[in-house]
Each structure stands twice: as C-alpha cells, then as structure tokens.
Design a protein around this ligand. Structure first.
Ligand code: ZN
Ligand code: ZN
Length: 151
C-alpha cells in the first residue's frame, strides 16, 4: 500500500517530534496517530477520512480534535493542505517534491513527480507584488477509471 520504508517513517516521526517541540507543542497520542496515518497513506485524506482511520487505534478521539490537529500540522509545516477548490480540505504529509493530479469525478488525488516542475519560475509581476510561500503545479481532470465511465 505504501512504498515508504519503516526506517524512513521512524526518521520522519523523529523529525515531527522535533518540529512539535520547536513549536512548543506537546506530543500527544492523538497528534502522533494522526501524523503517522498521514505519512502512511497516499490518499491525501480529508479530516473525515483521517478521523475514521485513527478511530481504530484511538476510539475516543473526536472529529473536532482531528480537524484541529490537522490544521496544527499545517501551521507547523508537518503537513499541508492540498490545493484545489470547492471541496473539503485534503491533507498531505509528503513534503518531498511532488505534484498532484486530482480527478474531479472520484476526487482521488494522485501524486506524480516531474522534476522540471520543482523549480517553476515565478514571473516578475507576481514577485513584485506578493511573497510566495509555496508553489506547485496542479492538474485536474478525469482519471482513467472515470474516463471510461463517461465515454
Ligand atoms: Zn476518477
Ligand atoms: Zn501528495
């Protein structure tokens, strides 16, 4: 289900602990479980999906806690909100260079990596007016499964 090796996960969990400490946050079982789930999935889950999954290990967790934790992870830079409009927020803890394709029909968000997209140039007219904190290339359309339904 995932190509990430367990030592890699261990390293990332360690980095996460440091990140929390630097932000003055205590490491709670909730934070750890939510972050770990985000690391292990390639689904770019919504808060709702995260909630349904971490509930297996933390039966008393509330959707509200999950929501707040995800926004905290986003704030400290351990995860980010995937671009795209309209729908509920989707989260990603994969901080390595990659881009997203989103299927507008089934809402799947698929990772891809095209190296030239890592260094997209910011036009001067943007640079002059705004401070860019994150840039990404994002595609939307129909995935293979959904194309075959609609044709
Ligand atoms: Zn689809
Ligand atoms: Zn991603």
């Amino acid at each position: 289900m995932t190509g990430i090796q367990s030592t890699d996960i261990k390293n990332k969990l360690h980095a996460f602990c440091v990140q929390c400490k630097n932000a003055g946050l205590k490491m709670t079982p909730q934070r750890l479980a939510i972050y770990k789930y985000l690391l292990e999935t390639v689904e770019h889950p919504s808060a709702d999906t995260v909630f349904r999954n971490v509930r297996h290990t933390l039966p008393n967790i509330s959707l509200d806690t999950v929501n707040r934790t995800l926004l905290t992870l986003n704030r400290i830079g351990a995860a980010f909100v995937v671009e795209g409009t309209g729908d509920v927020k989707r989260f990603d803890a994969n901080l390595e260079d990659h881009q997203h394709f989103k299927c507008l029909n089934c809402k799947r968000i698929i990772d891809f990596h095209h190296a030239p997209f890592d260094n997209v140039e910011i036009p001067t007219c943007i640079k002059d007016q705004f401070t860019i904190l994150r840039k990404t290339v994002y595609f939307e359309g129909l995935c293979k499964d959904c194309q075959s339904i609609s044709t």
